[in-house]
Design a protein around this ligand. Structure first.
Ligand code: KG4
Ligand code: ZN
Length: 340
């Protein structure tokens, strides 16, 4: 791989349409993000059909801004997991660009992107992650705990059985009449509340590494039903504490069980201040170092997709593998062409 290899990343799995240009696996040249929050706000959550339409409407402009007149060596795109409509838009855009520019295309896993986003420090890649580690990927669509030995060596220990952590924040915000996305709103209200005011459950699911957050959300809805008068700050603070206790306990238990000295936390909920502080403090007490993604790159973005693609190329080079980076063009496709 050449030293200043240029990778254009494309992200369109959920409600951000994004494209980013990464140089030499170390320098983020551009990271253009179109957030669809305004489209989804009035529904208090992501509406898949609206998301697909917004991706289709914005992706060309986002790519044009990210790439400008730069040359290009690879096109990377998030191939999943994600909403089907968004995945199709991202793939078609990547395929079209790769075909026109005559460069290979690389599909990468969106959650792997969230993990490697922790390697960025500002616009530079500082390779902060040290292996083996326990990774917590915690967002609006996912809550997963992984044991990571190194690039490409992941063991998924557990996932959520129902709501993702960010989804629970969003649903509780909706119950309280707070705007979408709910995480930052709940956190803001919580600052003025008492964290021990209400004892919401901590679903630790002993004997598994899985999560389940729908019970906490239901407990909040029962509390609101049973209390005509309530203090919104107390509800937010107690709910946030229950969420953070659950996430930190399970992640730290996994780190101790797998004898690792490093924890990485990525995804939209990684922006949560209480989670950042509690995880750092509790991990440090056990001699474990925590690497949180920079808040700027915690939500979905294409910089993390471009970096995950770079790591994939680097790994392939190190292990003598070839990446199947082909574009799907059917040479026998029957078409009509009325041009000259
Ligand atoms: O990573 P992301 O952009 O989307 C997915 O890939 O799913 O994460 C968005 C989620 C939303 O559910 C939002 O409420 C949550 O992250 N979030 C937060 C905070 N900031 C964003 N949750 C708790 N505290 C925050 N400060
Ligand atoms: Zn995500």
């Amino acid at each position: 791989m050449k030293k200043d290899v240029l990778i254009l990343g494309i992200e369109s799995t959920c409600d951000e349409t994004s494209a980013a240009l990464l140089k030499g696996g170390r320098e983020l040249v551009t990271n253009v993000i179109y957030s669809q929050i305004e489209e989804h706000k009035k529904y208090h959550g992501v509406v898949p059909e609206l998301a697909s339409r917004a991706h289709a409407a914005k992706i060309a402009g986002v790519i044009a801004q990210a790439l400008g007149d730069s040359p290009l060596d690879y096109v990377a795109f998030a191939s999943g997991p994600g909403l089907p409509g968004g995945l199709v838009v991202g793939r078609v855009a990547a395929e079209t660009l790769a075909t026109l520019k005559q460069v290979p295309m690389i599909g990468v896993n969106h959650l792997e992107g969230h993990l490697f986003a922790c390697d960025f420090e500002g616009n530079e890649v500082k390779n902060r992650l040290q292996f083996p580690l326990i990774a917590l990927v915690v967002s609006g669509g996912h809550t997963e705990l992984w044991y990571v030995k190194g690039y490409g060596a992941y063991k998924v220990l557990g996932r959520t059985r129902d709501d993702a952590a960010g989804e629970a924040f969003d649903k509780v915000a909706k119950l309280l009449g707070l705007p979408y996305p709910g995480g930052p709103q709940v956190s803001k209200q919580a600052l003025a509340g008492r964290r021990d005011a209400i004892n919401f459950p901590r679903p630790l699911m002993p004997g598994t590494w899985e999560f389940s957050f729908s019970g906490i959300k239901t407990a909040v809805s029962y509390y609101l039903r049973d209390h005509k008068q309530f203090d919104i700050a107390d509800v937010c603070a107690s709910f946030e504490q229950a969420m953070v206790d659950t996430l930190t306990t399970k992640t730290l238990d996994a780190a101790v069980r797998y004898k690792v000295k490093h924890i990485a936390v990525g995804g939209g909920v990684a922006a949560n201040t209480l989670l950042r502080e509690r995880m750092q403090t509790l991990a440090a007490q056990r001699g474990i170092e925590t690497h949180f993604v920079d808040r700027k790159l915690s939500s979905d973005n294409a910089a993390m997709i471009a970096l995950a693609a770079y790591k994939k190329l680097e790994y392939a080079e190190r292990t003598g593998q070839t990446i199947k980076a082909n574009v799907n063009i059917d040479p026998n496709m029957k078409v009509k062409n009325w041009g000259k």
